[in-house]
Design a protein around this ligand. Sequence first.
Ligand SMILES: Nc1ncnc2c1ncn2[C@@H]1O[C@H](COP(=O)(O)OP(=O)(O)OP(=O)(O)O)[C@@H](O)[C@H]1O
Ligand SMILES: [Mg+2]
Length: 453
Amino acid sequence: MTVVLVVDDVRALADQYAYDLKRLGGYETLVADGGRAALDVLSREAVDCVILDLEMPDLDGFEVLRALEDRGHHVPVIVYTGTGNYDRCVRAVQLGAYGFIAKDEPMERVVQDVARALERQRLTGEVAALRRRLEADSPLVGSSPAMQKLRDVIAKLAPISSPVLVTGESGAGKELVARELHRVGRNPKGPFVPINCAALPEHLIESELFGHERGAFTGAATLRRGTFEAASGGTLFLDEVGELPLAAQAKLLRVVEQREVTRVGGTRTISVDARVVAATNRDLNAEVAAGRFREDLLFRLNVHVLPVPPLRDRRSDIPELVERLLATTCDRFGVRPKRLSDGALRLLLAHEWKRNNVRELRNVIERLVIEAEGDVIGADDVPTDIAAGGIPGEDAASAARTYHERKLEAERQIVAEALERNGWHITRTAEELGLADHASLLKIMRRLRLSRD
Ligand SMILES: Nc1ncnc2c1ncn2[C@@H]1O[C@H](COP(=O)(O)OP(=O)(O)OP(=O)(O)O)[C@@H](O)[C@H]1O
Ligand SMILES: [Mg+2]
């Protein structure tokens, strides 16, 4: 349903326009008899296009255009004027109007203009969405010294063909770095084939990596190319390589050394031309010492090591990451853009992000976007486990933590006791605590993770 709002202080004229737009263009219509009334309708209703009179007594068309600009409201506006004063129309266009029409123009023309304005609005929206997606695709966010160094090393390693070992904590961005190596590498159009060594059943690892000939084992009804072959001309990403069983490690070593595979059940060697990027969050030297990882394979893989710094070592990237994550999350969930208050950002800056680094931050942002009610996410919205996790060892921060923790504890106690007294009756408890309504109490309970059981 497309809604057109007609604004004119002469009510009869607005009604006539609305009637004709509906009849000729099939649009739903709304009318407003002044600038103020128009802004009022626009703040309440989803309007797709506005036809706006320039001369109105209370708030004229120019002021309406300015107000829309101030509010960041991007509805297409067609101004119309009875005076034939085109200077004024030009001024309106400079203020953001889509176009202008004279009041005596035939209605068919007006309907065409509206259709064109709507089409252009749709295209503008699509382009903006595409651009957001592209920016979201340009992966590594952050301009901290650590990230700059990482980018430099990626640029250096990308064009060469020897293996790279990407190390770093869980969720720090190892896979993103591997993809970036591929993207800026010699053949970004070639395949990027990720394989998670930890998720493969042991008996399938070999056939997964190297493929199998038809009838090689029960169930191998057809020939299957392995991921090494599939990645030929591109990158094979061996994620969690530290989890690979020893037997498979031996075979992997051979492939990396000789750059050729033999399919399971086959005899023919097939040369493969895939760049190997491996990743691990384990300390592979310790794994070697423990006898769980082959030293010769480690030596093959760790010619070039690319350590991805944990988020807590590049805290200055957090604001930028938050901004990007908020934009992409709101976009993905189709909600209005939200932003973080300074207080909330300070809490995120102080957190350790030890459990899952950037992934943890991403999950927190998703939660905040879903749970916070207004457009601005406040410190109170930040989950307690994040807000309480300051930087241990740093005096100010740990004082802040204990303060925050104690404050939360006190809050929890006050609310829990009130709930008990009222038999967990939400509305009565909200009243006793002097809260606006039961929704406010529910919000607080969610934040404090208070529930009956
Ligand atoms: N520098 C960064 N800029 C933008 N997003 C990032 C950055 N680093 C990580 N991310 C995002 O964080 C999430 C986790 O990253 P990724 O999967 O690459 O981590 P990982 O180190 O491979 O984790 P794991 O060890 O759990 O496999 C992804 O959504 C990724 O897009
Ligand atoms: Mg990963």
